[in-house]
Ligand binder design. Sequence first.
Ligand code: BGP
Length: 486
Amino acid sequence: MNYEFPKGFLWGGATADSQYEGGFNEGGRGLASTDFVTDGSHTRARQVTYKLPDGTTSSCDFKKGMPEGAIGYLDPNEYYPSHQAVDFYHRYKEDIALMAEMGFNIYRFSICWTRIFPTGLEDEPNEAGLKFYEDVVDELLSHGMEPLITICHDQVPAYLADHYDGWSSRVTIEAYLKLAKALFERLGKKVKYWLTFNELNVLRGYAQMGTHSIEPQVHYQAMHHVFVASAYAVKMAHEMMPGCMVGTMYASSALYPLTCKPEDMMAQMRTRRLTHYYSDVMMNGCYPYFARMMWKDNGFTIQMEDDDEAMLAAYPLDFISISYYRSTTVNKDSIISPIGLCMDTNPYLKATPWGWPLDPLGLRYILNELYDRYNKPIMVVENGLGEIDEFVNNTVEDDYRINYLSDHFKAMHDAIVLDGVNCIGYTMWAPIDLVSMSTGEMKKRYGFVYVDMDDKGNGTRNRYKKKSFEWIKKVYTTNGASLSEE
Ligand code: BGP
C-alpha cells in the first residue's frame, strides 16, 4: 500500500502553554487559573488550591468547582507544574530548531492569556507578552513552519475567575475578545490558522472555566458565553485577517456501544449527542433541537442577549479540529458525566499504562463521522501516546511510540484517500516531553525528544532525541511515503 499523503498536507506537533512554557512570573505575566493546579499521579487527582474568605485554605479536584468566594492560592509547600513546566519560555529557539529538523511544516501552540492581559481587564496589552509570541512566530516562519495558534487552552486569568466567576460572566467574553483583537493586530499578517478554544466540549470547573460551581446549569450558561465569544472572534478574524482559517478543537474519542443490544445503541446515541451539542452550535451556527429538549427536561435556563443567536448563525467556524487519543464504549448502565463524558474501556482493545484504549481505526471512524456531519475541513491537532520511557545512554528506544503513530497515520491516510475525508493536517501531541494535563506527571511522556525532568520538576530540562526522532523525520519529510515500507 502506498501511504503518501495528498500534496500540501500539514505535518507537525502541538503543545499548550501551561504544560510547556513556564516563566510564570516573568515578562509581566499575571496568574492564570492553571497556576493553582498541583501535580497528581495515577491515584491522586490533580488539585487546585484555594483560600476561603475566612483565610483558611483547602483544595479540590482541578476539574471540580470550589466554594463560593474562594480564590486561587499558592501554597509554598505544594509543587505547581505550570510555573516552570519544561521551560519553552527560555528554550523556544532550541525547541523550534528540533521541530524543523524533524520536518515540521506546522506547529500548534497556545497563548498564555495573562502574558498579554495579566488580569484580563487591562485596557492595553502587555508588550513583553506580545513580543514573546511574536518572536516565537518569527522563529517558526524563519524555519518554514506555519504557526497554528490556540487563543485559549483550558485556562482563564485568575483575576477573572476570582472576581467574575470566569465564563459565568459576560465580562469574560469582553476580556477574551480584547485578547483576540490584540493577537490578530500583532500577529495577523503572519499567522493564518487559529483555534478559538481547546477541547471546548470537556472544559470544566475553576481551572479550565474559572467557575466556582460545576452544576450543569452554571456549566451550560458559561458554555453559551464561550460559544458567543468564539463567534465574535470569528467575525473579528475574518474582518482583520482576510483569508485566515478559524476553528475550535473538540476532544473526539470514538464512541461505540458495548453491544448491539438496542438499549446500548440508544445509550450510544444519547451520549454522543452530549458531545455533538458543542460542535453543532459552532459548526452549524445554531443549537441543535435536542439542546432545547435537554434544557427543558433538566429545568435549565440559558440567558441570551438579543444578538447572540444571530452571531452564532452568522459566524460558524471555518474548519473543525480534534484531539484523538482513544475510543470509549458505552452501555445502558454506564455512568455518564453531565457534560457527556464516558470513560468505559473496550474488551477488544489493549490500553496504555493510564488505561487509555489503543484504537487507530477509531481515528478513521471519527474523521468519517465528523466529515459526514459537518462537511468542512478537519485537522487532527492532538494525537499521541503517553508512555513511561526508559532513558538509557542519553536516548529512549521508543518502538511502542513509533508503532502507535504508524498505525494512526495509516488510519488517517485511509480516511483521506480511501474514504474521501478532507483532513488537511496533523499536529502530534507533544513533540517534546511536557507535563501531563490530566495528572501533572512528567513520567507520562509523549515526545520525540526526551526532557530531563521528573514528576517534581527536578532535572536539567535538557533535551535528548529519542529513537522516534529519526523515524518521524522520515515520515514527515516523505509526506507519509516512508510508511509504505513498514
Ligand atoms: C488533551 C489536552 C492536552 C494534553 C492531552 C494529553 O486533553 O488538550 O493539553 O495534555 O490531552 O493528555 P494528558 O496530558 O492528560 O496525557
